[in-house]
Ligand binder design. Structure first.
Ligand SMILES: Cc1ncc(C[n+]2csc(CCOP(=O)(O)OP(=O)(O)O)c2C)c(N)n1
Ligand SMILES: [Mg+2]
Length: 295
């Protein structure tokens, strides 16, 4: 199917109708595989096979699934919660598993773990953070400035409050750097909600700096179109509302998430007549992750 370009949508289903079925299914596949991998990580933590802290992306994975459709070898700067990006970029999952297990064969020799992802092979340039939240934002700006390249940068709503993040956003506008900033706004900095922490809105602040910005839900179809329409000539900031499903660190649950994006996406695809494909993707992902973690 020819993909139609449009600038606005009245509904999420309308956005989905403009995306080729194979693209939509590939995005769903990344969502499902990310989730199945996280379930295996949870199991490994329960069994005490993984003992270092884990920062799960469970619940937030639709954004990475859409975003990575547009990353083909560009530098990607992420922070501690980025399992979904690692997987969705196609980085080696055996090295990810081994890293979490603390083995030499992990992507950083088993010494970095869940929060400091790094993968610089197979045409992928994923640079995780080292511990300071938001440090990846000035790094992304510096990398784009020095290289002249288009760069992707994903950070959280808590990091957005760091002074060096805000000044870096401003500088990216001043230098008109081609950086796509994605703020994964799960409304939480550890346990504190945005409304208790600040009175300002990140998309509006970016816009005040002169940066094009959007504030959206985590519908992957709408995000796909926004990312696809970015002309890579100037920075763009997209604040995306997501639901973190588990604790800040670790595998605990505090309660029901406000919405279940993976289930919404699943129903939308089934209503489009793709039930058979959806079921196949789910079976394959379960089998793949079970094989990866339990052999
Ligand atoms: C500079 C700095 N301040 C505080 C911390 C402690 N800290 C670790 S994670 C975190 C919350 C981060 O929230 P957010 O950026 O929204 O990411 P999320 O965990 O919600 O994905 C904080 C405050 C830190 N690591 N670095
Ligand atoms: Mg947060």
């Amino acid at each position: 199917m020819e993909e139609k370009r449009t600038s606005s949508y009245h509904t999420e289903e309308n956005a989905l109708s403009c995306i080729a079925d194979d693209t939509a299914l590939r995005i769903y596949g990344k969502i499902v595989r990310s989730r199945e991998m996280e379930y295996q990580v949870i199991k490994a933590v329960e069994e005490k096979r993984v003992i270092a802290p884990v920062y799960l992306t469970l619940g937030q994975e639709a954004v990475a699934a859409a975003l990575t459709e547009f990353i083909h070898g560009e530098m990607v700067f992420t922070q501690h919660r980025a399992h979904d990006i690692y997987l969705s970029l196609g980085a080696d999952l055996g090295k990810f598993r081994d890293e979490l297990l603390g083995l030499e064969s992990g992507f950083s020799g088993g010494r970095a773990g869940s929060s400091c992802l790094r993968y610089m092979e197979d045409g992928i340039r994923l640079i995780g953070h080292h511990g300071l939240i938001g440090e990846n934002v000035p790094q992304a700006v510096g990398a784009s400035l020095a290289s002249g390249e288009c760069v992707f940068c994903v950070f959280g709503d808590g990091s957005a409050e760091e002074d060096y993040v805000l000044e870096s956003l401003g500088y990216a506008v001043t230098k008109q750097l081609p950086i796509l900033f994605v703020c994964m706004d799960n409304d939480l900095s550890i346990l504190t909600k945005v409304a208790e922490r600040r009175s300002w809105d990140l998309a509006q602040v970016a816009s005040g700096f002169g940066m094009e910005s959007r504030d959206l839900s985590d519908c992957p179809w709408t995000l796909y179109e926004i990312f696809r329409n970015w002309d890579r000539k100037a920075p763009l900031l997209v604040n995306v509302r997501v639901c973190r499903e588990r604790w800040h660190s670790g595998i605990g649950i505090d309660g029901e998430r406000e919405w279940k994006r993976n289930e919404i996406v699943r129903e939308q695809l089934i209503r489009k007549g793709l039930e058979k494909e959806v079921m196949q993707i789910e079976d394959d992902a379960r089998e793949e992750m079970d094989l990866l973690w339990n052999n």
